[in-house]
Design a protein around this ligand. Structure first.
Ligand code: ATP
Length: 234
């Protein structure tokens, strides 16, 4: 199947310091791809490039086979790319309901956003009047996912979904992500800690110092690969 999202030879720099050195990555509809690697490897930068939030200094970003390098993040969002950033991107002082409703102002969210969110995450319905910042970490991540889902994304980009959460909660969140992929969404997930995402990933890529050092099916050879990078013996 042709990839829905593709990074081809992508390089990126901050203040002329190159941090990505030719990243090649493909995500097809219905696939979960895990982007793994140690701190500072370039995972978030890669995800931001896929969302149009950072412009590649070389190489290209393709969406449905079309070159969209340099496109504005708003245009990529309209084309179905949804980024859920690290830190969740929710408004802590607004209620759960208002966090959801304000998505309709983006022009891409479905009007039935609240029904969709409360059906998938009943706890958000129970807590719809509560300030988002007072939700538990797992509930906040559900709210972030629900906001993303309301845009009916074709491509979902997730940054460190597991950050600060108990393993059981992370497992539950990834079950939702797997269900989205079964419905045809192309999912690219950045994680520093691989265990939970590898339960649902179809493909994994390990980024080290701005280059993909390994990619393939997440099998036992990946585990050996990961431990060598994380333990510094690579
Ligand atoms: P982590 O897991 O720690 O979040 P990461 O793999 O997501 O790391 P990036 O955040 O993409 O890595 O960072 C890659 C490199 O780019 C790092 O060396 C980082 O210091 C640098 N970097 C990231 N953002 C900026 C920025 N806004 N300005 C300058 N340098 C940056």
């Amino acid at each position: 199947m042709d990839p829905l999202l593709e990074l081809r030879g992508v390089c990126a720099a901050y203040d002329r310091i190159t941090v990505l050195h030719g990243i090649d990555l493909k995500v097809t509809a219905g696939q979960v791809v895990a982007l793994l690697g140690p701190n500072g490897a370039g995972k978030t930068t890669t995800l931001n490039i896929a969302a149009g939030a950072h412009r590649p200094s070389a190489g290209c970003l393709l969406l449905g086979g079309r070159d969209v390098s340099g496109a504005h993040p708003r245009d990529l969002a309209r084309a179905g790319v949804c980024l859920i950033p690290e830190g969740r991107g929710i408004f802590p002082n607004l209620s759960v309901r208002d966090n959801l409703r304000m998505m309709t102002f983006t022009g891409r969210a479905l009007p039935e956003i609240e029904e969709i969110a409360y059906e998938r995450f009943p706890v958000l319905g129970d807590r719809h009047r509560q300030a988002a910042g007072t939700l538990s970490g797992g509930e906040q991540q559900m709210l972030a996912l629900a906001r993303g889902l309301a845009t009916d994304p074709a491509v979902l980009l997730l940054d460190e979904l597991s950050m600060g959460l108990a393993p059981m909660v992370v497992g539950e969140l990834y079950e939702h992500v797997a269900e989205l992929a079964r419905r045809g969404v192309a999912v690219l997930v950045v994680e520093q800690f691989a265990t939970a995402v590898l339960k649902i990933a179809d493909h994994a890529a390990v980024v080290v110092r701005g280059s993909v050092q390994w990619q393939g099916h997440p099998d036992s050879s990946l585990h050996a690969e990961l431990s060598s990078y994380y333990l510094g013996s690579a």
